[in-house]
Design a protein around this ligand. Structure first.
Ligand code: AMP
Ligand code: ZN
Length: 486
């Protein structure tokens, strides 16, 4: 490679050179979603960051093997499936498909391998057996635990100390565990849960072991880069390291990168907090083009706030970009028959700078900033008709855009279609602003109260749906009053 890739490696808590095991090849694993429901835009951040890393490696010419799993066996999946009265694996398979639809809407490139837990059971069981054989795990009546104090490097990623974990976990310790920090590798089956035969009886795996088994299956004992949301660093990733290094006797992964959270009004977006915007709902209203632009507008290691201004800015940025692509396409058709190369040098220097931005810890935002200032310059000098681009110059610009297309996923060849999508998004955003005033909300609340008093449930439901559509939460207080917020 002609440039030096660097990543912020959380193992070292600093930016380090990205040295791969094999020259020019990257083995990359990212923890994928748990498929129990539609994903929210916070999950989308993790997915898009993984995709950006994948794209940057490809654009820089690496040969990438990218593994992103689906967690299709899990407590939340089982609980949802039981509510619906269907098989847990049928439920999760449906949401794997929904997730794929969302990934397409977000213009994500396919990963090389997308394993599911339910399809990796042999490898999981084999790894648990190895851990028991090596004394790194133990069985207690059908349940298998990892022996954390036996792994001397425990805490090397999260920088947590075993003594501190011991203090924190004293209360409510599982009786079967030998140490409070020990964690489950295999648990016995309960009625109504999916289960598999194992040397410890029918059961299913704990959460952490799946990523150790899947990465080994497709990337080998040691690989180059592991990514996930920052919440996964502890305990999930710490436990992956402990399991894999004890089982394989080798270093697990050389570089660890974690994306920061997408916050919704200063709190993390999560299903349990009820402040969720699903990818599907957002894309139906504003499109995946806009969501991807939003999620790419902040460096992956910075926290991100979800606000209406962010949506508006993303629409405007994408519009500016696609108007430029449109203008270049027109300039290409009417290019001057001159052999002017003035811009060629500017563009090739810019491309070098852009490559060095993205190889500097995936600084897509830095690269986009350079592109936007270039667009401003070209618009001013050329596209207003002052000067005309030559064919050679147009070619150079198109090469630059091709790099952006691959490395960011923000550039769409169909500029006309994309501009239409953005126009609709703008309309939806403005409609959201103007459809309701505070007085109108109050009026609807009165109507809702009347409908409820008169047991007019149809009307009450209609008003509830309208509030939902507007993103308004209504709270009925114990004293009979009602409050509402966006
Ligand atoms: P889960 O389905 O909860 O296992 O999450 C899938 C991925 O989404 C993980 O990498 C999480 O760290 C990530 N994630 C969940 N919520 C957010 C959020 N609000 N912002 C960014 N990433 C998130
Ligand atoms: Zn994982």
């Amino acid at each position: 490679m002609s440039f030096d890739m660097k990543v912020y490696n959380n193992l070292k808590r600093k930016k380090t050179p990205f040295k791969t095991l094999e020259e020019g090849k990257v083995k990359f694993y990212s923890c994928g979603p748990t498929t129990y429901d539609f994903l929210h835009v916070g999950n989308a951040r993790a997915l898009v960051v993984g995709d950006l890393m994948h794209r940057v490696f490809q654009a820089l010419g690496y040969d990438v093997t990218y593994v992103r799993n689906f967690t299709d066996v899990d407590d939340k999946i089982i609980a949802r499936a039981n509510e619906r009265g269907i098989d847990a694996l049928v439920h999760s398979a449906q949401y794997v498909e929904e997730c794929k639809t969302d990934m397409d809407a977000l213009n994500m490139l396919p990963a090389t391998h997308t394993p599911k837990v339910s399809e990796t059971m042999d490898e999981i069981i084999e790894m648990v057996e190895t851990l028991i054989r090596k004394g790194a795990a133990y069985e207690e009546s059908g349940e298998v635990f990892y022996n954390v104090p036996g792994f001397k490097d425990y805490g090397k990623l999260s920088k947590k100390k075993l003594e501190d974990l011991e203090m924190g976990k004293r209360v409510g310790v599982d009786e079967k565990k030998h140490h409070p920090a020990d964690f489950v590798l295999w648990k016995p089956a309960k009625d109504g849960e999916p289960s598999w035969e194992s040397p410890w009886g029918r059961g299913r795996p704990g959460w952490h072991i799946e990523c150790s088994a899947m990465s080994k299956k497709f990337l080998g004992d040691t690989f180059d880069l592991h990514h996930g949301g920052v919440d996964l660093m502890f305990p999930h990733h710490e436990n992956e390291i402990a399991q894999s290094e004890a089982a394989n006797g080798k270093e697990y992964c050389n570089h660890w990168c974690h994306n920061e959270f997408l916050n919704f009004g200063s709190t993390k977006m999560s299903k349990s907090l009820g402040n969720v915007v699903t990818i599907r709902d957002f894309c139906e209203k504003y499109s995946g083009v806009v969501l991807r632009q939003i999620l790419t507008s902040v460096h992956y290691r910075s926290k991100m706030e979800w606000t209406e201004e962010v949506i508006e800015r993303a629409i405007n940025d994408s519009e500016r970009l696609h108007l430029f692509i449109k203008n270049i396409s027109i300039a290409n058709q009417t290019a001057a028959q001159s052999d002017s190369q003035e811009m060629v040098k500017v563009v090739s220097d810019l491309l070098e700078n852009v490559k060095s931005e993205v190889s500097n810890d995936f600084n897509i935002t830095g690269a986009m900033g350079r592109l936007f200032s270039f667009i401003r310059d070209v618009n001013r000098e050329y596209l207003t008709g002052k000067k005309q681009l030559s064919l050679l110059e147009c070619e150079a610009v198109e090469k630059l855009l091709a790099f952006f297309k691959l490395s960011t996923g923000l550039v769409y060849d169909d500029f006309a279609g994309t501009l239409n999508i953005l126009k609709s998004a703008k309309k939806a955003l403005n409609a959201g602003d103007s459809t309701i005033s505070d007085e109108e909300v109050e009026q609807l609340l009165v109507e809702r109260k009347d409908a409820r008093t008169n047991k007019n449930w149809g009307k009450a439901d209609e008003i509830r749906d309208r509030f939902k559509e507007l993103g308004i939460t209504v709270k009925d207080n114990p004293d009979g009053s009602t409050s509402w917020s966006y």
